[in-house]
Design a protein around this ligand. Structure first.
Ligand code: FA5
Length: 343
């Protein structure tokens, strides 16, 4: 009798297992047969009521069934997990691995490209590339380049001040003094960097922009050296021989000071929308380093002279890539790069 009951239970469990759809169906089967009051467990608990000569055999069979059911439960659980995973793949977004990849997944920023190009040109001419800070002392940004407190030139470079009296540097010239003190004369260095000014913004003025400063200090350095280096640099950048001219310009840290213009490389001076019909483009303030600045940098102006320039890197990138609004360069909009078709 009992043996028959056990084999009926086995058939029942196998049939129920075949119909299982969810994990809770499996749990119901477990409770029904192997739970505290489960049908198989009840048989084992009540073995004492079985006739003595059959007790051992019934006990063994019930135990075998218990183990079988446990195995069926485990197997079913695994199957359900597998099924769930397959369904999740089927229902999730399909990835078509045969679609060709976009030919351009990213590029360097135009300013970075121009900066690296300039660094290569200058290191080829024996200059070192130096780093400047973005947060600077008032002394380095102004006093050390001959702009004492209350000098009217400070009005042109209003900036963002920190509570501790330091500021976001307005010009790469802020690193001149530290570099002079570090290397002494002779020295040839460029120092690119991010600058900040409290500006009224327009297509050619940003509150955050890049400059690249350069300095050459040695015995007998003259304005001809300055012109030679600037001409070489700009010709390499624009990949053609560019004509330059100097106009007087005022900066307290140079004497004499100039604004360096280039003949428009787009129309060769005939007049176009890049040079706004003026044939020349103002590109780079520069000049011979003021004796006071050399002195503050620990260099004897009687023995040494030097030139310095402060190239507007953002504006140069703007020109090289024909961008009509400087603000696009800080926009973090990838469409800007795509539009420029930078590889
Ligand atoms: C200076 O900053 C001087 N330190 C440059 C210098 C260095 C002169 C060494 C002599 C010797 P200026 O304020 O003109 O000069 O700025 C230099 C260049 O930075 C400008 O020609 C322009 O290209 C760029 N620039 C200045 N302000 C902005 C701005 N708000 N947005 C974008 N570019 C700017």
């Amino acid at each position: 009798m009992m043996e028959e009951k056990i084999s009926l239970l086995r058939e029942e469990v196998v049939a129920k297992m075949n119909d299982v759809k969810t994990a809770s169906d499996v749990e119901n089967i477990r409770v029904e047969y192997l739970g505290k009051k489960g049908l198989v467990i009840e048989i084992l608990k009540n073995l004492k009521n079985v006739e003595a000569d059959k007790r051992k055999e019934v006990g063994e069979k019930a135990n075998v069934l218990r183990v079988e059911i446990e195995k069926m439960i485990e197997t079913k659980k695994e199957e359900l997990k597998e099924l769930e995973y397959e369904n999740s793949i089927k229902n999730s977004e399909k990835i078509d691995i045969t679609i060709p990849v976009e030919d351009k997944v990213g590029s360097l920023h135009p300013i970075t490209i121009v900066q690296r190009e300039l660094e290569e040109i200058f290191t080829g001419m024996g200059f070192t590339v130096e780093d400047g800070n973005e947060v600077e002392t008032e002394y380095n940004n102004f006093e050390a380049v001959n702009v004492p407190k209350y000098h009217p030139a400070r009005d042109m470079q209003d900036t963002f001040w920190l509570e501790n009296g330091e500021l976001l540097k307005t010009q790469t010239s802020a690193a001149q003094n530290k570099i002079m003190l570090k290397y002494g004369a002779p020295l040839k260095a460029i120092f690119p960097g991010r600058c900040f000014r409290n500006e009224a913004l327009d297509a050619s003025h940003e509150n955050t922009f890049f400059q690249m400063e350069g300095m050459m200090i040695d015995k007998d350095v003259s304005i001809s050296n300055l012109i030679y280096f600037m001409k070489t640099l700009l010709s390499e950048i624009f990949k053609k021989d560019v004509e330059v001219r100097l106009r007087p310009g005022y900066f307290p840290f140079v004497e004499p000071g100039f604004e360096l213009d280039i003949k428009c490389p787009y129309c060769d001076g005939k007049g176009c929308k890049v040079c706004k019909g003026g044939s020349w483009i103002e590109l780079c303030p520069c000049g011979m380093i003021h004796p006071n600045v050399l002195k503050m940098g620990g260099i004897d102006p009687e023995e040494y002279s030097g030139f310095a320039f402060g190239l507007g890197l953002s504006r140069l990138a703007m020109m090289k890539y024909n961008i009509n609004d400087l603000r696009a360069l800080n926009s973090c909009d990838v469409r800007v790069l795509k539009q420029m078709n930078i590889k």
